[in-house]
Design a binder for this molecule. Sequence first.
Ligand SMILES: *Cc1c(COP(=O)(O)O)cnc(C)c1O
Length: 407
Amino acid sequence: MPCFATHLESTFDQSRLPLHQTQTTHGDRPIVVRYDLAALRRLVSRDQLAARPPGFWKWRELLPHAKDEDAVSLGENATPLLDCPRLAARIGLRRLRIKDESLLPTGSFKARGMAMAVTMAKALGITHLAAPTAGNAGGALAAYAARAGIRCTVLMPQDTPIVNQIETAAYGAHTFLVDGLIHQCGAIVKEGAARGLWFDMSTMKEPYRLEGKKTMGLELCEQMGWRLPDAIFYPTGGGTGLLGMWKAFSELQQLGWLDEERRPRMFACQAEGCAPVVRAFAAGSDVAELVENAHTSASGLRVPKPFADRMILACLRESNGRAIAAKEGELRSWAETAMALEGIAVCPETGACLAALQQCVRNGTTPRDSDVVVFNTGAAQKYVEAFAVELPRLQRAALDWDLLARG
Ligand SMILES: *Cc1c(COP(=O)(O)O)cnc(C)c1O
């Protein structure tokens, strides 16, 4: 099968960089993969791709590696796009769908990025991978590194959710708790890479995680019959999810595979305790300032300064989107509302999206008849601290039937 990836491109000065080298950044900015989309369009049709069995690797012509047998895979299924009528009614929208990424390996959308990035790292002969993490990226990297038989080191803030600590260590990664936030973990990983200890897999500091995340946008478009929603609400930390989809939509448009040219408005959702993108967007700035003392139970959003800040802000403006912060108390309550109304295991990060969506419906930013998709980026089950509950006790010897009847 031909590979249509032609080169890497610097987002610093748009210079062309050769493929298949272990380059991480250029001019301290992200680099991205470019394809010969004209050739791809001549040789492959969207119907051919759509006819393949569902899942991540069906999109291989739009991914950087060429050989199927090299894929490092844990069974990346296509995730469901679920209609949520009761939740839509609660928010005041005519129709709302949730794309439930919690069903991927390791329980979050981070699997998409790591499946691709670890596949490429293995093909490039890299023998030791390292990353800072706010939680789910560490677990996913550790799992895919184990699958590939590659050494792995993960650095996380000491108050990272316990499930992320456990899974990362159990997948065999050298796992360290750091007395700092993710950017401080990132500084250690960067220095270790400079010392030649490992390859830096940080968000947006190598080009392939973004390509994996792109499959979210490709899959959504196919599931919607080759059209796109009016608006997407996405919880934004480092920005790969948002940017991966935006890149997917751009490539689909260039391929002529979209039935309607219209692209969605992209809404970056954050938590008030760590909202660097919201602040920069409101200030009309091109770059985000570091948030001091960042805190939120939505650990995936605890990124005080995203490395790809310029790209995120450009995407929001280009799409006529917004950046919106949710109150800390709303994260859990909206996640629980979604769980109780629809039975979907919604993470606190997605709770931020639902709070943001309600704000937008109330103030008219999002009309009530809009076709909206919210991403559930991770499984609620990974956030035992955030969802801790106190349940009533039942004595078998003296059953309280009044209490049971009320329940
Ligand atoms: C990482 C993460 C996010 C943020 O994704 P980015 O691509 O870093 O913006 C959102 N939700 C969950 C559950 C995550 O793990």
